[in-house]
Design a protein around this ligand. Structure first.
Ligand SMILES: Cc1ncc(COP(=O)(O)O)c(C=O)c1O
Length: 450
């Protein structure tokens, strides 16, 4: 009993110190009230009172292998004892092995990797390289997207997180998203936006295709509401890019490494991007890591040039060792296959919840990457929380999250979308447990329906 009280007190102190001394991301600082997490294992994390939370968000959709995976933890320990750090100019076993492994698991002739500390830096380097390679300067990005919080990443980002950083870097132009539920073109059949090519061609006409270096897109949009493109969309964007000598950059920082039930989201449509950017699921964030992986023609082009980019921690041994162990565990344990199998359970169970809860306007997703778009009225599709809604306007979704949390389900939400993104190692029993808690939390959303 005494230990429990001491632990509870420690948890309280940790939260207080966090509030006093730590600047939190994307938050009104006075409003933060973080959970003090003592430990985590598998699909659960635990607070200082010993309460378990089923991590239905994989934290920031990055802990794909689950928490405290023994093989990954052991690899970090072994690497730390042997070679904890070394500069990028050296060659190390874990870095070389990871480079080779990435060439194997990524599609097509994606071959050479530049290692970063996370996703934003991968995207920064991708647009930099695309500009050098093509000799052009414009980048086309979409509105409902997030590409990171660095100068270039946040300019590429289409959602309102970009506004505070504007004007940002020059040369970024925008196109609409294949968001069939709220299509900006009214979604005629065939839809010029949701089929891809017609809308992109129109933008290129206005911008001058010869000035465009790259199109960057999240293969399946993540934080902006799990938007899965219709079949054919990605192939059609690829074809337009090829026709105009424009590079296609697929940002799979969130969607990569099994999240959609395939190794990479592009594998769902057999498209090979010119540059693939990854982070998060590459090693589940056990040590910060990202990568920009480029196809053979770009790799060949860069071989006799100076690559004018670098990071002190590029290819950090601990990060690379953890990624090698994680990818091996994915292969040994069939983790991508499990994500695909759980995807079928998601499809059935979320459709069942949609039948039951009037607040669910649309269910969409793949693998362990699902979103529930909540509405006040299914007929009008009025969102439960308006675009960029916060404070009072976001109360309905806050109430859903609170109810879920009370019962032990940790959810990530974006305005009116509830994301269902557990670790890819989730078991059927755990998924059933989560769906039951979600079912209960959604009854709170139903109360806001008109
Ligand atoms: C699609 C996508 N790209 C880039 C990033 C930025 O990654 P990082 O936060 O590691 O810089 C994120 C982060 O959520 C993301 O979801």
């Amino acid at each position: 009993m005494a230990t429990t009280e001491t632990n509870t007190e420690l948890g309280r102190q940790i939260v207080q110190d966090a509030k006093d001394y730590v600047l939190y991301s994307w938050s009104v600082q006075n409003a933060i009230n973080p959970i003090a997490v003592e430990r985590a294992e598998g699909r659960y994390f635990y607070d200082y009172d010993g309460k378990a939370y089923l991590d239905f968000a994989s934290q920031l959709v990055n802990v794909s292998i689950g928490h405290s995976h023994p093989k990954v933890v052991q690899a970090i320990k072994d690497q730390a004892e042997k070679l904890a750090t070394i500069g990028p100019p050296m060659a190390t076993e874990s870095r070389s092995r990871l480079g080779k492994l990435l060439a194997e698991v990524t599609p097509g002739d994606l071959q050479m990797s530049f290692f970063t500390n996370g996703g934003a830096e991968a995207n920064e380097n991708a647009i930099k390289l695309a500009r050098w390679y093509t000799g052009r300067h414009k980048i086309i990005a979409r509105y409902r997207s997030y590409h990171g919080a660095t100068a270039g990443g946040i300019t590429l980002t289409g959602d309102p997180r970009r506004w505070a950083a504007e004007p940002g870097i020059p040369g970024v132009v925008r196109m609409f998203d294949p968001y069939t539920y709220r299509c900006p073109a009214g979604h005629p059949d065939p839809c010029p936006v949701c089929t891809g090519a017609p809308h992109l061609e129109e933008i290129l006409q206005y911008e001058g295709a010869h000035t465009v270096a790259a199109v960057i897109l999240e293969t399946v949009t993540g934080t902006n509401g799990i938007i899965v493109p219709p079949d054919g969309y990605l192939q059609s964007i690829r074809e337009v890019c090829d026709r105009h000598g424009i590079l296609l950059i697929a940002d799979e920082v969130m969607a990569g490494f099994g999240r959609t039930g395939k190794w990479f989201a592009v594998d769902n449509w057999d498209v090979v991007p010119d540059i693939l950017t990854v982070a998060k699921g590459i090693n589940s964030g056990y040590v910060p890591l990202g990568a920009m992986v480029v196809r053979e023609p770009i790799a060949e082009w860069v071989r006799d040039k100076m690559f004018a980019g670098g990071l002190t921690y590029s290819g950090h041994p601990l990060a690379c060792a953890s990624a090698v162990a994680s990818i091996e565990a994915f292969q040994e344990e069939g983790i991508v296959e499990n994500a695909a199998a759980m995807g079928e359970v998601f499809r059935t169970e979320l459709a069942r919840l949609q039948d039951k809860h009037p607040s669910i306007g649309e269910v969409r997703g793949l693998g362990c990457f699902w979103g529930l778009e909540l509405v006040k009225d299914r007929a009008t599709r009025e969102p439960l929380v308006p675009f960029n809604g916060s404070g009072e306007a976001a109360k309905p979704i806050a109430a859903v999250m609170k109810r879920a949390l009370e019962s032990g389900l940790y959810l990530m939400t974006h305005w009116n979308v509830v994301m269902c993104c557990p670790p890819l190692t989730i078991t059927r029993d755990e998924l059933d447990e989560a769906i039951e808690m979600l079912d209960d939390a959604l009854s709170v959303a139903d109360e806001f329906c008109t």
